[in-house]
Write a protein that binds this ligand. Structure first.
Ligand SMILES: [Zn+2]
Length: 301
């Protein structure tokens, strides 16, 4: 059966719909969930046509989008996909890149225990190598409610590289967008040792979080306190695969082991930063057909 995209309104929002279900372009798709693993319930799905432009940020043997050990996934079930500077949006569901949704059981709702138990023998995704977090049941539990990126489990001091050429973002670079005045670049650096790179003309940024070390070309470390590091305004990452720093576990709350938290944001309409999934995002229909809403951004597998 054929699926296609049609324009839904004058605001640049687009609806995805199926000829088979007969949903009109102006009607948000709303597919009831069935039990623990149901079909996606979504509304508007903008058409995004970005060509792949991200290299995998780690280069050790076996590191690739499909081969690297994923300890936490991007949760697509979020009340608000806009990038937020506050606590993660938690709605008690965790949704994969392929559109499957799993419930966070009531007893597992809380800091550090907000994972979704997977039905036995469930395969999370063929898109990547999901391992989960050992201390929270590993593959049996899907990490975790509201998580806005992917965690790749690598030891401290694993080399981290730029996924694409870009420029280091500072707070000034967010003026005129949904993050104007948020202080997010300073905040992310001091709290999480997170480097934010802007990529044009694609209109995305990538974030490398919990770094143990960051190359001095990109961060001002003149204050010896690591919590006082500041991203360097205008610093250019001139090539894809340029060395950025070393992975670690730098933040104040994480207790899930060393990992690189990798996040991708897309600037929509020139002003709204939204979380984006480098693996793409797929919707399952009731007839088991799968539709891709957002394109994969990785240059390889
Ligand atoms: Zn993370």
């Amino acid at each position: 059966m054929a699926h296609h995209f049609e324009r839904s309104d004058d605001l640049g929002l687009w609806a995805i719909f199926s000829a088979q279900t007969g949903q009109s372009a102006s009607t948000p798709i709303s597919i009831p969930k069935t039990g623990n693993q149901g079909y996606i319930k979504t509304s508007y799905c903008p058409v995004v046509t970005t060509q792949p432009f991200l290299d995998f940020p780690i280069k050790v043997a076996g590191a690739s989008p499909s081969g690297a050990p994923v300890t936490a996934i991007l949760d697509h079930a979020r009340p608000n996909q806009l990038v937020s500077t506050g606590p993660y949006n938690k709605d008690h569901y965790v949704r994969t890149a392929q559109g499957a949704t799993y419930v966070v059981l009531p007893g597992d709702r809380g800091l550090g225990r907000d994972y979704a138990a997977l039905p036995a023998h469930t395969v999370v995704s063929t898109l990547f190598n999901y391992q989960g977090v050992t201390s929270q049941g590993g593959k049996a539990n899907l990490q975790y409610d509201g998580h806005p990126g992917y965690d790749y489990g690598y030891p401290q001091d694993t080399d981290v590289y730029a996924a694409a050429p870009g420029t280091v973002m500072t707070d000034d670079d967010f003026s005129g967008t949904s993050l104007a005045g948020s202080g997010i670049a300073t905040d992310y650096m001091s709290k999480y040792h997170a480097l934010i790179l802007r990529h044009d003309p694609q209109g995305y940024c990538t974030i490398y979080m919990h770094l143990h070390d960051i190359d001095s070309a990109y961060v001002d470390r003149s204050n010896p306190d690591p919590a006082a590091w500041k991203p360097i305004k205008g610093a250019v990452v001139s090539s894809r695969g340029a060395h950025l720093g070393l992975s670690g576990n730098y933040d104040t709350i994480s207790a899930v082991g060393y990992h690189l938290h990798f996040e991708v944001w897309r600037l929509d309409g020139g002003s709204d930063w939204n979380y984006s999934d480098p693996y793409g995002f797929y919707v399952s229909n009731p007839d088991n057909t799968v539709v891709r809403c957002y394109p994969p951004l990785w240059t390889g597998n």
